[in-house]
Design a protein around this ligand. Structure first.
Ligand code: PLP
Length: 373
């Protein structure tokens, strides 16, 4: 492994393969796995991760926006790619790059149909998104007969998938609600099979759905955060390995006397002689100011060093009093020694947010690129 010289995000493809395997073991052999690679594959790197997932056996990929999907097509990735939030102004690109839109309301459906008809395209694949309780995007169950009337009178689109999204599949207190979502989805699926078409892929489960409600796997599951090594409860977490490790180095060490302050607005004042390490990592790299003032910690020589004072744009300071360390020493912000959950000591955010916000300024380094399963 290269010696750490700067702030970098190490991306361990063996960990990705491990997590993929865990997901595979949860679902039936016939269940397909869609790898969710939106937001630069949860802050890692879209292309390398997308290619690796296809190699591991993902049958589909999913992104949030059309532009994200186009990047995979340009790199020659051929698997079906679902776009969760296609924007109407990008429809020509959706068609050109053969991306599958998630269709969640009549406005989008009818606009898409008009455009397809104008170009004399028929049987363009779409996935219909149902709202089963999340109340974010999706048709309601009451819309089903109107959807049927529409689909049976238009040849231009073909429903190749029907899906919905869990709100709280990782939380046991909401199991009743989750079961209600599963029941509603099953109803919609049956309606489609009987009234519209029997040839589509039904998918409901996200990571927590896969790990906590594998009975609701249907024909395909959509794996996001679990692929990157995070679960939504301790049981899910125990199965997975974090893929991304954020590392940096100590840029400067300094002893300060009792009463001296650190950083902007003097937010930290030493109660005793203190040793401070400055790290070249700040909010412009994705470590939010919410983690300042003792709300998060890093690992140096195996020991915890809390962030002191406000996080700056390019730097932050940690208290290393009592830790034998030197300038140039490696620092783990999150990764193998402490997960993104442990870094965020006071649980002010969730791993999803922390890992997707590591900015493009941070160098990505891939580990175990050439190992296969
Ligand atoms: C982001 C997203 C997923 C993946 O969710 P995870 O909890 O990360 O597994 C699945 N489906 C939809 C619709 C999403 O927006």
């Amino acid at each position: 492994m290269p010696k750490i010289k700067e702030t970098r995000l190490e991306i361990d493809l063996d960990a990705l393969a491990h997590n993929f395997q865990i997901i595979k073991e949860q679902v039936a052999p016939s269940t397909q796995i869609m790898g969710v690679v939106k937001a630069f594959a949860y802050g890692t790197d879209s292309i390398v991760i997308g290619e690796k997932l296809v190699q591991l056996g993902a049958s589909h990929l999913a992104v949030a926006y059309i532009e994200e999907g186009m990047r995979f097509r340009r790199r020659g990735i051929k698997v079906p790619i679902l776009v969760f939030y296609p924007q109407l102004e990008d429809l020509p690109k959706l068609i050109k790059y053969n991306l599958i839109p998630s269709v969640y309301n009549f406005h989008f459906l009818e606009t898409l149909q008009k455009r397809l008809k104008r170009r004399k395209i028929s049987n363009f694949p779409i996935h219909i998104k149902m709202n089963t309780g999340m109340n974010r995007l999706g048709f309601d169950l009451e819309d089903l007969s109107k959807i049927k009337d529409n689909l049976l009178s238009h040849e231009c689109v073909q429903v190749t998938g029907l899906f919905s999204h869990f709100s709280s599949a990782g939380s046991e207190e909401e199991d009743d609600f989750t079961r209600e979502q599963i029941n509603k989805f099953s109803l919609a699926r049956s309606y489609f099979k009987v009234e519209i078409s029997s040839d589509f892929i039904a998918h409901l489960a996200n990571s927590s759905g896969i790990l906590s409600h594998p009975e609701a796997s249907y024909d395909m599951v959509r794996a996001g955060i679990a692929l990157y090594g995070y679960g939504n409860n301790p049981k899910e977490q125990s199965l997975l390995k974090p893929v991304a490790s954020l590392k940096t180095v100590i840029a400067q060490l300094r002893k300060i006397p009792k009463g001296a302050s650190v950083g902007y607005d003097r937010k930290f004042k030493a109660k005793q002689p203190t040793q401070i390490a400055t790290l070249p990592l700040g909010y412009a790299d994705g470590i939010s100011r919410i983690y300042g003032n003792g709300n998060a910690q890093v690992i140096i020589r195996g020991q915890k060093a809390p962030i002191v004072g406000n996080v700056c744009m390019d730097t932050l300071m940690v208290d290393v009093t009592g830790i034998e360390c030197q300038e140039g020493d490696e620092v783990e912000v999150f990764g193998q020694q402490q997960s993104a959950l442990d870094f965020d000591k006071n649980k002010q955010s969730i791993p999803y947010e922390l890992i997707t916000r590591i900015s493009r300024r941070v160098t990505r380094v891939f580990l175990n690129e050439n190992t296969s399963l």
